[in-house]
Design a binder for this molecule. Structure first.
Ligand code: NAD
Length: 253
């Protein structure tokens, strides 16, 4: 059984969807969990619920696009719980649907500030601490969009490809220093982000994605959490620089 007893886990974008499910799973596996989200109220509320259920958790605001807030997040994690063992860099935003010729610099910067620069910023400060501690495991949230192109989603896909580049590079740098860095590539997972895509007229495209998924269903946030916990655990002690697709078989062909 995977256990994170006596370990400290940090999750970004932890107030919703995949991040929330993963924070809960870490808590249930014995970790003290930091739930960080740009929506600080929701992060605090989610942490309070975990504490009421008898788990160790704290929630606070962190906008991963802001370097100062990211540094403060890692410092607060260590000052609250004494260490940082595992981190799931999950915070992300969707982009507007538009073909490349019609996208704007604002679209590019908004998506990359969170989905790529945000992951880099989190890794920067997490690794500074883990390097000093002499141990750690990081999982970054990419996407199947990090492995293939996507019409009208180029900026999002570019950022998610970039996350895999950051993951492999850091994995190389820290492999001999007892720090592993991996990524998870979710397929279509039913979360508020996807609900928002339905609300903005993307239902047909999403239905087509489910049809094209060999398992013929969308995934659940808990199914991503299971993969993240495994990658962070000692059960994956010889695994680094990898990305695992959790996508109902979507990309196997
Ligand atoms: P979600 O919208 O339910 O949750 C994302 C969370 O991130 C929200 O709580 C939001 O407040 C937070 N967030 C947004 N910007 C932030 C910022 N600047 N700083 C800190 N927190 C911020 O979405 P989700 O579906 O759970 O997505 C989580 C991750 O999974 C994202 O990186 C997303 O790209 C990725 N992903 C999702 C799917 C899917 O189908 N749902 C598929 C592939 C990849």
């Amino acid at each position: 059984k995977i256990s994170f007893e006596n370990q400290v886990a940090l999750v970004t974008g932890a107030a919703s969807g995949i991040g929330l499910a993963t924070a809960k799973a870490f808590a249930q596996a014995g970790a003290a969990v930091v739930l960080a989200d740009v929506n600080g109220d929701n992060a605090r509320a989610a942490a309070d619920e975990l504490v009421e259920a008898g788990y160790k958790a704290i929630g606070f605001r962190c906008n991963v696009a802001d370097l100062g807030e990211v540094e403060a997040m890692v410092n607060k994690t260590v000052s609250t719980f004494g260490r940082l063992d595992v981190a799931f860099n999950n915070a992300g935003v969707q982009n507007v649907l538009a073909e490349t010729a019609d996208t704007t610099p604002e679209d590019f910067d908004r998506v990359n500030a969170v989905n790529l620069r945000g992951v880099w910023a989190c890794m920067k400060y997490e690794l500074q601490h883990m390097r000093q501690q002499g141990s750690g495991a990081i999982v970054n949230c990419s996407s199947i969009g990090g492995l293939v192109g996507g019409a009208e989603r180029g900026i999002y896909h570019a950022a998610k490809h970039g996350v895999l580049g950051l993951t492999k590079s850091a994995a190389l740098e820290y492999a001999a220093r007892n720090i592993r860095v991996n990524a998870v590539c979710p397929g279509l997972i039913w979360t508020p982000m996807v609900e928002q895509m339905v609300a903005t007229g993307q239902k047909e495209a999403l239905d087509a994605m489910v049809k094209g998924t060999p398992m013929r269903r969308h995934g659940r946030p808990e199914e991503i959490a299971d993969a993240v916990l495994w990658l962070c655990s000692s059960a994956a002690s010889y695994v680094t620089g990898q990305s695992i697709s959790v996508d109902g078989g979507l990309l196997m062909r």
